[in-house]
Design a protein. Structure first.
Length: 362
């Protein structure tokens, strides 16, 4: 059911005037909240939201030499090519056991650290920059599996405590065999180079002077004027297909694209080379925007649950006692949907023996 039809149905259930703009706005918010709760919060990997992705690991960077000064947070490079992607990575000068977090890229020859250097001042030092954490595109809501084309088919998932307790030095390099989910990216970069054009009721966004392939990912938030959309996929440096259909025309306008809540993980071993790692994940769902063309990324059998959840939420706002029964109906519908999928998570993670079958990712 399209977004506008869902709003019409909710307004009808609540016996409100469907032509009042603020009523439609409230109803739309409630519809989106229920939709996102079902898609994102419930502990179920809905098959309709399962997706495939891949990452390329980054080996340690050690080009050139650096100068450091005790009690300073500045690292100065010589013949280095530091990049903004190094924000969030970890720096270690030679002869030190300490790893310092990089919080700011200044230039190709200068970085800023979170903590001041405690080692003695020195210059002409060799060094290492380690990409400790990897962050996935904004659309990734939950990692289901990280695979490997060259190991046993998948990497073993561990908790952070288990990863640390079983591997005393997580910076040692080798072929990754384990991973642990870890937080979200604190360095959520914004891209706004060039300009964009949109046609109302169309979900293709074109760019001029843009380089989107290396700077934008699925799920990123696009803001054009007062309108906000989500990226479905990046087709080229100048073409993006949006999840949402445009609410208004735009011609060569300024814009911003933001990353949001990119979930991360840590690998062990610390990759000694570039490896292509495939992964499966549950996709996040996002707000619908265009009443005529946007619709949930879940089958129509979810529509009644979305409507019941939205109605219960609005009745609770109005202190209408009927919200309790409606909430119970909503919960029952979601439970039935879970049971029909046969995909509820196991109560505990089952570990199985690792059987060598190199090249066997499935």
């Amino acid at each position: 059911m399209f977004y506008g039809k869902l709003i019409d149905e909710l307004v009808s259930r609540l016996k409100l005037n469907p032509d009042t703009s603020n009523i439609r706005a409230i109803a739309g918010t409630k519809i989106n909240n229920a939709y996102k709760e079902i898609g994102n919060i419930t502990p179920v990997n809905w098959p309709e939201l399962e997706r495939y992705g891949e990452i390329i690991t980054v080996p340690n960077y050690a080009t050139g030499t650096v100068s450091i000064a005790q009690n300073s947070r500045t690292v100065t490079g010589s013949n280095t090519v530091f990049t903004v992607d190094m924000e969030g990575r970890f720096f270690q000068p030679s002869g030190s056991a300490n790893w310092y977090k990089i919080i700011k890229f200044v230039s190709a020859t200068e970085l800023t650290l979170l903590s001041p250097i405690i080692e003695s001042s020195n210059s002409g030092l060799s060094y290492t920059i380690w990409k400790r954490f990897y962050y996935l595109p904004t659309e990734v809501g939950r990692i289901i599996q990280i695979g490997s084309w060259i190991r046993d088919g998948e990497l073993t998932e561990l908790t952070q405590n288990s990863l640390h307790s079983s591997n005393a030095n997580l910076s040692l390099t080798g072929e990754p065999c384990e991973f642990s989910p870890y937080g979200v990216d604190p360095f959520e970069h914004t891209y706004s180079t060039g300009s964009v054009s949109l046609t109302k009721d169309n979900n293709l966004m074109t760019g001029s002077g843009t380089l989107w392939l290396n700077n934008v990912d699925a799920g990123d938030l696009v803001t054009v004027g007062n309108n906000r959309y989500r990226v479905k996929r990046v087709e080229s440096d100048t073409s993006i297909r949006l999840i949402n259909y445009a609410s208004a025309d735009a011609s060569a306008e300024t814009y911003t694209i933001n990353k949001e809540q990119n979930i991360g993980f840590q690998l062990w071993w610390n990759p000694d080379s570039a490896y292509l790692l495939p992964y499966r994940f549950r996709k996040r769902v996002f707000d619908m925007v265009n009443e005529t063309y946007d619709s949930p990324e879940l089958p129509e059998k979810f529509d009644k649950a979305i409507l019941d959840g939205a109605e219960a939420d609005r009745l609770a706002d109005l202190d209408d006692g009927k919200w309790v029964n409606k909430q119970a109906l909503y919960s029952a519908r979601v439970r039935d949907l879970k049971n029909s999928q046969f995909v509820s998570n196991a109560p505990s993670k089952q570990l199985r023996p690792r059987i060598t079958n190199r090249g066997g990712y499935i």
